[in-house]
Structures are given as C-alpha cells and as structure tokens.
Design a protein around this ligand. Structure first.
Ligand SMILES: *Cc1c(COP(=O)(O)O)cnc(C)c1O
Length: 363
C-alpha cells in the first residue's frame, strides 16, 4: 500500500529513509546476529549506538560541553514532575501558561513548590503568546518555565521571556530540532521524542551540569533524579533501547541533510505555504495571532462544524490523514514536523483549494 501524508500531532511522521534503514537492520544489526531490540544495553554494540546518538545530537544542536544529554522515559508528563523535584531550592517557580501542557506542568509543580502563574493566554483560549517583557519574576524563583511550542493551539514563543537572570526551563517536545536555538540560553530543555524526533517512549533532557544535585527531597524516587541518570550516562537502568536507536538514525539523517539550518529553511517554506493559503482563503482561517504562529502545528477552522467534519473526512479519503484538531480546540490541525515533506504540504494546500471551490460553489 501507498504511504499516506500523516499530519498527526504525535506520534508523528518519521523520515522514510530512517524507517527503511531500521527495517533493513531489523533482524541482524551490523552482523551482531540480532536485532537492536534483543541486545543488552550493556553490550559494546549498544554502547556505540547510544554514544553516537548523543554525539550526533550535540553536533546538531551545538550543545555546549557544560550540558548533559539524558535519554529517559516517561514522556513530557514525567518532566512536569522531574523539573520541580530536581530544580527546587527556594521552593518557588514561575510558570508562563500558554496551553494545556504548561497548565499540567504548573499543576504538577504545585505539589512540590509554590508555582506562580506569571503570565497566561487562557483568556483567549491560548491563541497567543502573552507579553514577555516586565514579567513579575519572583526574586526567589528557582526557575522560569515555558512550553515553547504549543502543540494543541498552534502557537510558538518567537522570543524568550526576560527572566531577570533566573534559569529558563523549556518544554520543546514539539519544536526541538525544527530551528536553530542557542542552548546556552536555557538551563534545561526537555522533549518527548514522539513529535519531532523518533518513536514514543524516549524523552530527551538537556540540562546544565551545575543543576545536577544529590540534594533532592527524601521522597523523590531514585529514578526521577537527573544526577543519577547523568552519572550513569543514561544507563542507570534499562533505557528505551530501541527508541534511542531510532532517534540516533534520525539524528544521522538530519546531519546528512544539512542539519538544523536546512530543516529550518524547509520548515519555513512548508509553514508559509500553508499560512499564505489560509490568509487568502474565503473558507478557512487560522486560529491564532499571526505573530505567534507555530512552524510545526498549524491550526485552522471554517465557520461551520459540519464543513470541518466533511473536510476531515474527504481529506482522509485522499490520503491526507490525522487533520482533526485537538478536542479542546476543535477544527483542524496540520502538524508539519521535520519529516513532513514539502510535497505533503503542497498536496494538502491543493486539496484545501479544491475543497474550498467546491463548497463555495455549492453555497
Ligand atoms: C505531547 C506533548 C507533551 C506530552 O507528552 P507525553 O510524552 O505524552 O507525556 C508535553 N508537552 C508538549 C509540548 C507536547 O507536545
């Protein structure tokens, strides 16, 4: 069967070359006589896989030497707990709430510390990024927290908040590797792999070394200590071995295709195609403020629930799948991560144009 154009928000499309390579290596990885899935995480062969994955990610993101890269489990959600548990000293943190994920993060942090909501865009259903200047940063805040790309709503921080010198923590689950960033501006970055990197089950944490500490609350589970994982090079217990291997293949694929700069160019081209169409459409419209638009998740609606549903149905029949918006927003969402081709976005725009002409003719 033909592969579809998959606009899923996550787990999401992966590069076909990577899937093919994994298929080729499935039964016998580099003459080891076994699949990566069957391999000890303590073996020499696997050690090379995880070390190379880390080295390649460091190259791609230009990660400074004073940062550790951790391959963990538990998804974005476990980071909502690990961040406060590991970073709290004064037991105060400031959160900017720009969507469901930040909302869940502040709620979780509130179990362990005083979590201040210093800005929010909930008044307009998270359709914009709040003003980031003159934030009331708590002088005692251990960190300032953002969710940089709001997967559900289709917004993105194009600027970073002025944290008045406080450490910045960013959930980059849906925008990591999509554009160049300066890692040194962050104390901690985390991302679940299943949006823009690899299969679900692996979570990547990039943390500045001075934040690693043994002085955690006594109730903090050992497995939730960044320092434990850092000291053991992500091999404290059995890591998600196969997921890390696929992430590694994706990193190599990105390096072979021009790295993050090239991805960014392609991502801009894809997003512009779609947003330009939306801005000129008489049927569809984007749902967020233009200056805050995401490059990865494009949210849009028509004026009618019925037409939305018909659009999603007919698009699916044309192999353009997973375009339904998140249940908390409705309408449509096209997630156009790194692995979505320009052809895929062109096919979507063409389909939308045809659909629009058809519907307007009927009306
Ligand atoms: C998907 C997502 C999450 C939740 O990730 P899980 O791996 O399902 O826990 C958190 N933050 C962002 C920005 C996401 O897109």
């Amino acid at each position: 069967m033909n592969r579809v154009y998959n606009f899923s928000a996550g787990p999401a499309v992966l590069p076909e070359e990577v899937l093919q390579k994994a298929a080729d290596q499935m039964l016998n990885y580099e003459n080891s006589g076994m699949s990566v899935m069957e391999m000890s995480h303590r073996s020499k062969t696997y050690d090379r896989i995880i070390k190379e994955a880390e080295a390649d990610l460091r190259t791609l993101m230009n990660i400074p030497d004073n940062y550790k890269v951790l391959f963990l489990q538990g998804g974005g959600h476990l980071q909502f707990s690990m961040v406060p548990l590991n970073l709290m000293k004064n037991k105060v943190a400031d959160y900017i709430v720009t969507g469901q994920w930040a909302k869940k993060a502040i709620k979780e942090a509130g179990k362990y510390l005083k979590a201040n909501k210093i800005a929010s865009s909930e008044d307009k259903n998270f359709t914009y990024i709040p003003d980031l200047n003159n934030l009331e940063i708590d002088p005692k805040a251990d960190y300032v927290y953002i969710c940089q790309n709001n997967t559900i709503y289709g917004t993105k921080f194009n600027d970073l908040p002025d944290t008045k010198g406080k450490d910045l923590v960013s959930d980059m689950s849906s925008n990591i590797l999509s554009e160049p960033i300066d890692v040194s501006k962050f104390a901690l970055i985390f991302a679940g792999a299943q949006k823009n990197i690899g299969p679900a089950g692996t979570t990547i944490v990039i943390i500045r070394e001075d934040l690693l500490t043994d002085e955690l609350p006594e109730y903090c589970p050992t497995m939730l200590s960044y320092k434990i994982h850092a000291d053991k090079d992500s091999l404290y217990n059995t890591p998600p071995t196969y997921g890390i291997y696929i992430c590694g293949l994706v990193f190599k694929h990105l390096l072979e295709n021009g790295g993050i700069e090239a991805m960014y160019k392609k991502n801009l081209e894809k997003a512009n195609l779609l947003y330009d169409f939306l801005d000129n459409s008489k049927l569809f419209k984007g749902t967020v403020e233009k200056k805050d638009r995401s490059l990865m998740n494009v949210t849009f609606v028509t004026d009618s629930e019925e037409i939305n549903a018909r659009f999603i149905k007919e698009a699916t029949e044309s192999n353009l799948v997973n375009l339904k918006g998140h249940r908390s927003v409705g309408g449509m969402r096209a997630s156009i991560y790194n692995a979505m081709s320009i052809e895929g976005v062109k096919a979507l725009v063409e389909f939308m144009g045809n659909f629009e002409r058809k519907v307007l003719n009927e009306g």
